[in-house]
Design a protein. Structure first.
Length: 420
């Protein structure tokens, strides 16, 4: 099974490395084209989120792993040896198991979180649109989606409202207590920000401001929660209003710098701001965290908060892991069956040709006025002889050559019970 997945995630690399290994969505077409042009790479996909970047491929090369490592390193200005210490590498069954675990949220920072499944579906759709998927990876993605659905149906892994956004809001509540008198500023308008807005709204946040590069998107989300939408250039002026700030954009460069935050603190008369930077690359310069009255958290810092909500999901994850192992076997079975597809197709095609030829003879006999019973006997006898001629001839040759293995295989293939 020449399947390979290489990447980094929150377990293998810190945020300062992860934010350097990101494939921008606007360049995905060119990225996939480059990938499938590499020696031996037949099919490929790229998953790139705030906590992981990974490349999956179907290949025909003994050097596929090193080829991918060199390519990723070159794309992101790393020395291959330096990059390798942060990478995970999965082959064959392990690569299948990895994708199934990712789809189910078993490999996420927040165990069982559902957002990754949507991101995986987006990855699959993009690879299909850019013609980098073949039948092997396409089938694997479909199998991953089915497995994720099964696990969410049969286990309680998604029953607790735990996510990075939920953890961020929970921490804000611990810091401020009642949120009704406080203002939250959310930067971005994607799924994570929408989740943060929902959690803040459920906790009774006093005021909600949503900033985004496209004001229309911000307004659509803000209207749902009776909030206010602003454009990103307005951030320096409105930052002083925020008691809680959550940022998650796709910007390649920081949106908030130390100077801007210092100015906002002065206007707030040093009242603290709780900030959560969920973005990778980071939206907030790390130096902002050095300021007094600023409590800055990244996705890595939220780990301890998330731990408090994980026990029930861990119990469900044990059953989920068993289901994943079973589904790895199922996928391997499908792959093994592909080896027989061409043989079965040729066998059926040859049988169809024989059947059509004999049926044509039978029709001519009926047209000549022959007795239908005679024609049916002819059809049965001739078709049986023609279909069994090649197999019986091969079995006779096998017997003469002492090939008992072929004779035993014939018993199994044709489901023949030996005579007592």
């Amino acid at each position: 099974m020449p399947l390979l997945t290489i990447g980094i995630n929150h377990n293998t690399a810190p945020v300062e490395i992860r934010e350097r290994i990101v494939f921008a969505s606007e360049h995905l077409a060119a990225t996939l084209q480059e990938l499938t042009a590499l020696p031996g790479i037949e099919e490929a996909s790229v998953l790139s989120t705030c906590n992981r970047t990974e490349v999956s491929c179907w290949h025909n090369s003994d050097n596929a792993a090193q080829t991918l490592i060199d390519w990723i390193a070159q794309r992101h200005d790393f020395h291959p040896d330096h990059l390798s210490e942060y990478l995970f590498i999965h082959h064959d069954d392990d690569a299948v198991r990895h994708m199934l675990r990712v789809a189910c949220g078993l490999d996420s920072l927040v165990l069982g979180e559902p957002q990754i499944l949507g991101q995986l579906k987006t990855t699959w759709q993009a690879a299909k649109e850019h013609n980098s998927l073949g039948r092997h990876l396409d089938r694997l993605y479909q199998h991953a989606f089915t497995t994720a659905k099964q696990i969410r149906t049969e286990t309680a892994i998604g029953s607790s409202p735990v996510s990075v956004a939920f953890a961020a809001v929970g921490l804000a509540k611990k810091i401020y207590g009642d949120l009704k008198k406080h203002t939250a500023l959310l930067i971005g308008a994607g799924e994570t920000i929408e989740l943060a807005a929902r959690h803040l709204d459920s906790q009774g946040i006093g005021k909600l401001i949503i900033a985004n590069r496209t004001v229309e998107r911000a307004a659509k989300l803000a209207d749902e929660f009776k909030g206010e939408a602003i454009a990103l250039p307005e951030l320096p002026e409105r930052l002083a209003d925020a008691d809680v700030l959550v940022s998650s954009t796709a910007s390649p460069l920081p949106i908030l710098g130390k100077g801007t935050v210092e100015s906002a603190l002065k206007r707030r008369k040093r009242r603290p701001i709780f900030m959560v930077d969920i973005a990778v690359p980071r939206d907030i310069e790390p130096e902002v965290g050095e300021l007094e009255d600023i409590y800055l958290y990244t996705v890595d810092d939220l780990h301890d908060v998330i731990e408090e909500n994980m026990q029930s999901r861990r119990q469900a994850a044990e059953k989920a892991e068993e289901l994943v192992d079973a589904q790895v076997d199922t996928f391997r079975g499908w792959l093994n069956s592909q080896d027989a597809v061409e043989t079965i197709r040729r066998f059926r095609s040859d049988a169809k040709i024989v059947g059509e030829a004999v049926a044509s003879q039978a029709r001519r006999m009926l047209q000549q006025g022959r007795d239908p019973n005679e024609v049916i006997d002819f059809l049965t006898h001739t078709l049986t002889n023609k279909l069994l001629h090649a197999p019986t001839s091969s079995l006779n040759q096998a017997a003469r050559a002492g090939r008992s293995d072929l004779l035993e295989a014939a018993l199994e293939i044709f489901q023949l019970k030996p005579h007592n």
